[in-house]
Every structure is written in structure tokens, then in C-alpha cells.
Design a protein around this ligand. Sequence first.
Ligand code: SF4
Length: 303
Amino acid sequence: MGIKMSWEDFARSMGVEPQILENKEARLLKKFVMDLKIPTHCQGCQGLDLSNPNPVHHPSYELTPACNHDCIFCYSNVAVKLGKAPKPGYYGWENPKAITVSQYGEPLLSPRIVEVNKMLRERFPEARLDLQTNGSLLTEELWEKLDFDLVMISLDASTREKHLKITNADTFDAVVNALRIVGSDESVRSVVRTIFMPGINDEDIPKIAELASSLGVDEMMLQPLTIHELNVERLRKAGLDFDRAESVREFLKAAMEAKKYIDVRISGCQLVLYQKMDHLTLFSARRVARDVVPLVKRERNVT
Ligand code: SF4
């Protein structure tokens, strides 16, 4: 028997038939998935509608493709390298339910952030405004000038060293401070956004959940990893377990761990699929998480 025993072999060596364990764990996963809520950010997104054959993400307002982080998994950096990053502007339609600022780059790097925030409020008074940021540039002073309904701050590590390894930026303390700022503001829905990277950050996920919760953050949005071709080497070097990265069961188990500390949610478009699966399918499902070029599928409109 090898050093790495499969859990089926392990079960047999303990005198238990694997199917029995499998069934039990599968039912637990299914129940967990049925009880999960849609992330606040996903509410209103076409990705939740399984009858839509070609759903697109919420409208976004892009400020800059530049970023002061260089994350090992990032699609935005890939898009920049391939010359496919969107130009600044509004990518959406009239009467949007929600607008994300922004999907590419770091919006707080742009000196136009406050002005664009105001413009969007005036032009789309009914829309929920979601800020998506790495948090490293958020200060109390800037926060007072901003006006968002929801803010998502990315954090994938629970220590300064691991954060540096993942983002190539020594900004852990600044990001934690940003979580503190938004976590203590009752008027905004605050979310920590974490990517599941088994082999790299599995042990960090519950710790991030605990930390964020202690800072008053309302929700964790745990997302599966999409592997972009240009990032494969970097992810491999950082220790990614590619096999587990594609396992839905492993992803859900990470969410279960985080749930002990915080209101964890998983990407809405994934959740609606998982809720439709029967427990054994869910247990063995794999998510094809490969992509070549990240593209915006929405038209750019001049506002
Ligand atoms: S994760 Fe999916 S459902 Fe949520 S906002 Fe993005 S595309 Fe929409």
C-alpha cells in the first residue's frame, strides 16, 4: 500500500464499505448546499438563471486595468498581458440591478474613483453599487468620500508571508485594516472575497473567516479557482493541488469549515447548479476550471 492511501482504501482498511461513507458524506454536502444562501453580490445576476443559455455578469464600470497586486491566479493580469483588458467605461445596459466597480484592475488606484462613484449614483439611482477591491489602498479618509452599498475585499491568506506569496505585495496589514474599516460601517454590506486554492491556502480559509468575522465583516464569498493558461506555472510553483482545485466536494468542504466562523456563501452561478444535483453527483462532481482569455461579454457604453 502506498503512502498516500485513497480514502476508499482507508475506509476498507477500517472495515467499512466506502459506499456507506460516501453516501453519508454526500448527503451532508447536499444538505449544506441546500441551506446556503446566494452571495449578496450575486443577487440580480443573470448567472443565477439556469434557463438563460448565455448569461453575462452584472454590468461593471471599469476604471483602470492596472493593479498594485500581482496575484498568482488573477485573470485581470492575464488580460493585460494579452492586451485584452477593457478600456475605462461602463459595460452594461439601462436600468441595471447592480453595477460592479470594477471587474478588472484595482479601482482605488484611479484618481477618478470618487467622481465616478458619484456619477453612477446619479445616473443609476436604483442600482446597487458594488465595490470590488484588493483593499490595500482603502483608508478612513477615502472611505468617507465613497458611497457604495456593498464592498468586496479580496483576501486569500491569513498571514503576511502567505499574502506576499499570493499577491506579490506586502500589503497584508493594509488589507486587514480595510476589512476593519468596512466591517465597522453598519451602512454597507461588507464581504471578504476568498479564492479556494487547495495546496496553497486551505488552512488559511477558516482563519480568514475567523479574522474577518472578528472585524465585523458580514459575509465571506468563497469562489472556486479558475485556472488561466498563463498562470499555470505560477500556481504550480506556489503548490496548487490541481486535482483538488477541480473537486466540488473539496470546495464545499472548505466552505463548511469557514461556515463555523462567518456567513459563508459560494458563487451564485455555481450554487444554483449544485442545488440541482443529487447528492452522489454532487459528491463526485468536478468543475472544469480552465480558461485561456478572460473576456468581457458586455458592450461598452459611453456614459
Ligand atoms: S459569481 Fe456568478 S452569479 Fe455571482 S455575480 Fe459572478 S457571474 Fe453572477
